[in-house]
Design a protein around this ligand. Structure first.
Ligand code: GDP
Length: 298
């Protein structure tokens, strides 16, 4: 992941090695190269602009540190700004005061929601939670079965529509699942909702109806990082149509560029909370902006 940007930045930095003080010309040339690297990585233009402006400002104003040569100082500035644009702090789950904590997943079909639901359930179980997966995606014929398979692999219970559980109505399934969770001591409920191939109003309305019925503690927007700028556009559409608290980025393992990861926080104002990096249940963790920045600059 992020190979393109990583390679480009490495060559920018190596051109600074051996330089004494950086002249205005050096700073401008470096900023230009970093700008190209970010654009090539498919980072959204407003994000690139602000990033470059901050790099230039800091490179000009930076106290000359005796411990760092100019190349190292530029690396440090770029690192700090990458951490910032990726969200700064790691965003933790906000648990409800009174269980169950309700986490609702929203996103396009194929984004990796169902897979992520299983990963999240396992991750939560590993931390001594007792999650319940809820199949509120009744759009896709296979979705319920797929969640049951994922639940089994993750060792988590699944609440699925059946007589008495709100057959055919995702809002009812979601609502009934909360009562079920309380009765059966599940302290976290993960609701998998329906996605379509493209953003459409019917899907948005259904997600909004589920949201209004269950009042989630966290709404996670799940998005495929490999779709680059489209991820940012979809993120904006969901923000307006449903709203969400944080983002879960999937398929980072296949994302050689990194544009979505580097743009989404700035454009939506919502932090990236989780990163999914493969098809296995274990390929999943909280998103750590500092570790991700180090990876890019490695
Ligand atoms: P949904 O329609 O949003 O529920 O998406 P799915 O969970 O069914 O995932 C769609 C496809 O993406 C499946 O083939 C998953 O195995 C795959 N997938 C999900 N997450 C990841 C990931 O992090 N990395 C990779 N490489 N594939 C993933």
């Amino acid at each position: 992941m992020f190979e393109t940007l990583s390679d480009r930045l490495t060559s920018v930095f190596s051109s600074l090695r051996g330089k004494g003080r950086l002249s205005e010309e050096d700073i401008n040339a470096t900023a230009r190269e970093i700008r190209l690297a970010l654009l090539e990585a498919d980072v959204a233009l407003p994000v690139v602009r602000e990033f470059i402006a901050r790099i230039k400002e800091r490179a000009r104003g930076e106290e000359v540190s005796k411990a760092l040569n100019p190349a190292q100082q530029v690396i440090k500035i770029v690192n700090d700004e990458l951490v910032e644009v990726l969200g700064g702090e790691t965003r933790q789950i906000r648990y409800a005061k009174t269980p169950p904590t309700v986490i609702m997943l929203a996103g396009l079909q194929g984004a990796g929601k169902t897979t992520l639901a299983g990963k999240l359930a396992k991750w939560l179980s590993d931390q001594r939670n007792t999650p319940l997966l809820v199949a509120a995606d009744l759009q896709r014929p296979n979705a319920v079965t797929q969640l049951q398979v994922v639940g089994e692999r993750a060792g988590a219970s699944v609440f699925a529509p059946e007589p008495g559980n709100g057959v055919g109505d995702p809002v009812e399934v979601a609502s009934l699942s909360l009562e079920y969770a309380r009765r059966n001591n599940h302290n976290v409920v993960i609701i998998d909702t329906a996605g379509r191939l493209g953003v459409d109003t019917e899907m948005m309305r259904q997600a909004a109806d589920i949201r209004d019925a269950v009042r989630p503690d966290e709404i996670l927007f799940v998005v495929d990082a490999m779709i680059g700028q489209d991820a940012v556009n979809t993120a904006q559409a969901f923000l307006e149509g449903v709203g969400y608290d944080a983002v879960a980025l999937t398929k980072l393992d296949g994302d050689a560029r990194g544009g979505a990861a580097l743009s989404i926080r700035h454009i939506t104002g919502r932090p990236i909370m989780f990163a999914s990096t493969g098809e296995k249940l274990e390929d999943f963790d909280l998103f750590h902006p500092d570790r991700m920045a180090s990876r890019i600059l490695d």
